[in-house]
Design a protein around this ligand. Structure first.
Ligand code: ADP
Ligand code: MG
Length: 238
């Protein structure tokens, strides 16, 4: 678990600034949702936190330590993507064990972690299958399993449910929330879907054009939207 601080974070791609100075804190164990229209900079902010994209201004702290110069593999963060990115030639078990093997973890510990994650995610019966033999929801759970086995300080999700049909999406929201209640790992979850944000977040960060418009609990944003953009975004059907 960990706290995360963004302090005046900026991002410039060539001549184009896409993040214009973002500051906020995430508490240890909190489930924070970044929400905002497509192109507002959600993925870029997440990728800077993960170390997949250089920070061009300001700083990001994890547990009060500046991570700007820290390599992504040394940040102890696990990310779940929309596209799952499972290895097609590996079984579910090997997909889940892979990142630990890369880090040269003990074989017995790796097996324990995989079994444990499989139990939590209801994947025990599927450990010897290949990704092509799984449904969309099962693949998504394997992608989460790969993140869990590493027991990271922070989980990042970038629109993890957008490839799933509406019914499954609702079910997976509940699964992800249940997982968080169980593990209490600090989580930053990105979506463009305000319903998803309202139902999942401890606190919501509303972004627009590379800036934060408002931060608050779902109830606070619903009751007291800080400006017209937030009111329209939160109030509009997805
Ligand atoms: P979101 O995830 O909210 O949809 P992104 O973070 O992907 O938004 O993108 C924010 C802005 O940065 C967009 O205008 C996008 O075109 C731009 N952008 C993202 N990645 C790159 C890149 N590698 N090079 C140039 N511009 C980029
Ligand atoms: Mg994105």
């Amino acid at each position: 678990m960990a706290s995360v601080s963004f302090r005046g974070v900026e991002k410039q791609f060539g001549r184009f600034k896409v993040i214009h100075g973002i500051s906020f804190d995430i508490q240890d164990g909190e489930f924070v949702v970044l929400v905002g229209p497509s192109g507002c900079g959600k993925s870029t902010l997440l990728r800077m936190l993960a170390g997949l994209e250089p920070i061009t201004g300001g700083e990001i702290d994890i547990d009060r330590r500046v991570v700007n110069e820290l390599d992504s593999k040394d940040r102890d963060i696990a990310m779940v993507f929309q596209s799952y990115a499972l290895y097609p030639h590996m079984t579910v078990r090997d997909n889940m064990a892979f990142s630990l093997k890369l880090r040269k973890a003990d074989t017995k510990l790796t097996a324990q972690r995989v079994d444990n994650a499989a139990r939590i995610l209801n994947l025990t019966q599927l450990l010897d299958r290949y990704p092509r033999e799984l449904s969309g929801g099962q693949r998504q759970r394997v992608a989460m399993g790969r993140a869990i086995v590493r027991d990271p300080k922070v989980f990042l999700f970038d629109e993890p449910l957008s490839n799933l049909d509406a019914k499954l999406r609702v079910a997976m929201r509940a699964e992800i929330k249940a997982l968080h209640q169980r593990l209490k790992t600090t989580t930053v979850y990105v979506t463009h879907d305000q319903i998803e944000a309202m139902t999942m977040a401890d606190r919501i960060v509303v972004m627009h054009d590379g800036l934060v418009e408002q931060i608050g609990t779902p109830l606070e944003l619903f009751d007291r939207p800080g400006n017209l953009f937030v009111a329209q975004f939160i109030g509009s059907p997805s």
